[in-house]
Design a protein around this ligand. Structure first.
Ligand SMILES: Cc1ncc(C[n+]2csc(CCOP(=O)(O)OP(=O)(O)O)c2C)c(N)n1
Ligand SMILES: [Mg+2]
Length: 347
């Protein structure tokens, strides 16, 4: 898991907030409020995903469902560096991204169960949710498609002359898709404000990066286009925040795109139907016990005396209530009317 920084990145100086260097790359200095915010938001994603897994097991969720458990620090740390107006786009492992943008737990859960109150009125499901209000552009089931679309969002920002950046998240598997490199080329040619976040969770379905990828240092994938890249400890929300600050500053100052490779890990299988036989239980257990993103924050909060066990229990209770309420809503809200079959479609 040792994160390395890419020596070719010169924009590191442009970090917008103080960050101290460690041998694993810069770490943002979090005060008590930042730690508590990160803790709460990561916990919300974790508990939400656990509940989604349960509802899936009970037959309430149809179709595909890809859980984000283990990767929470990536979206939460990134989101902390963004401002209103910045856009997010990702693949199908998307519930965490939605919650991090502030989309409601009720709306996301109800979409998972195919109910009227869901973000796509119950017609999209896990992989197809959007929120114009929160600048969340999906939710895409075609591996890699969001990279081109996210570059398009960057183009729109550039064309309109605003200072928004777009963040296109994709996996280590998606990083081997051809359209990714067409997007890199155009993004760098036109100096588009796009942050390409590669969530390297070490597997693409059941295939490890070692078996599938010729250049496993994904932070270097933009090298031939001159796009800088940084490798980040994606299990440490402070490291993510520091890299995100740097990337945002790079893009907003008109320097073009940047790549952030987040070294992360998913604890669950690829989707709910994956028995995960391609890796050992020990490997998963080791990540959970030594690198868990939520446990890291929890330990710091306790150690610094910034929160007591009781304070943390209260946060957990609040978060569980939000999730329980969303699950309740998602089971009781009606399904969309049959007439909805003919709306929101292109004929
Ligand atoms: C174009 C395309 N090819 C193949 C698939 C099948 N598929 C779905 S997810 C996936 C693996 C992607 O892995 P990665 O990009 O590492 O993301 P992760 O699931 O690890 O988050 C594949 C091959 C697809 N959905 N779309
Ligand atoms: Mg992957």
């Amino acid at each position: 898991m040792a994160p390395r920084k890419n020596a070719s990145v010169s924009s590191r100086k442009t970090a917008s907030r103080p960050a101290k260097e460690t041998n694993g790359g810069p770490i943002a200095d979090f005060d008590r409020d930042a730690e508590l915010k990160a803790y709460r938001e990561m916990l919300l994603i974790r508990r939400f995903e656990e509940k989604a897994g349960q509802l899936y097991g009970m037959g309430f969720i149809g179709g595909f469902c890809h859980l984000y458990i283990g990767q929470e620090a990536v979206v939460v740390g990134m989101q902390m560096a963004l401002k209103d107006g910045d856009q997010i786009i990702t693949g199908y492992r998307d519930h965490g991204h939605m919650l991090a943008t502030g989309m409601s737990a009720r709306g996301v859960m109800a979409e998972l169960t195919g109910r009227k109150g869901g973000y796509s009125r119950g017609k999209g499901g896990s992989m197809h949710m959007f929120s114009k209000e929160k600048n969340f552009y999906g939710g895409h089931g075609i591996v890699g498609a969001q990279v081109s679309l996210g570059t398009g969002l960057g183009f729109a920002n550039w064309y309109r002359g605003n200072d928004n950046v777009s963040v296109a998240y994709f996996g280590d598997g998606a990083a081997n898709q051809g359209q990714v490199y067409e997007s890199f080329n155009m993004a760098q040619l036109w100096k588009l404000p796009v942050i390409f976040v590669i969530e390297n969770n070490r597997y693409a379905m059941g295939t490890s990066t070692a078996r599938a990828t010729a250049q496993a240092d994904f932070s270097k994938r933009g090298a031939s286009f001159g796009i800088p890249g940084i490798q980040v400890d994606g299990m440490d929300v402070r490291a993510v925040r520091a890299a995100a600050d740097e990337a945002v500053a790079h893009c907003r100052s008109g320097n073009g795109p940047i790549i952030l490779e987040m070294m992360t890990y998913r604890y669950r299988g690829h989707s709910m139907s994956d028995p995960a036989k391609y890796r050992s239980k020990d490997e998963v257990q080791k990540m959970r016990s030594e690198h868990d993103p939520i446990e890291q924050v929890r330990a710091r909060l306790l150690e610094k005396g910034w929160a007591s066990e009781d304070d943390l229990k209260d946060i957990d209770k609040d978060v569980r209530e939000i999730v329980a309420d969303s699950a309740d809503f998602a089971q009781n809200d009606p399904e969309p009317d049959a007439s909805e079959l003919y709306t929101d479609i292109l004929l």
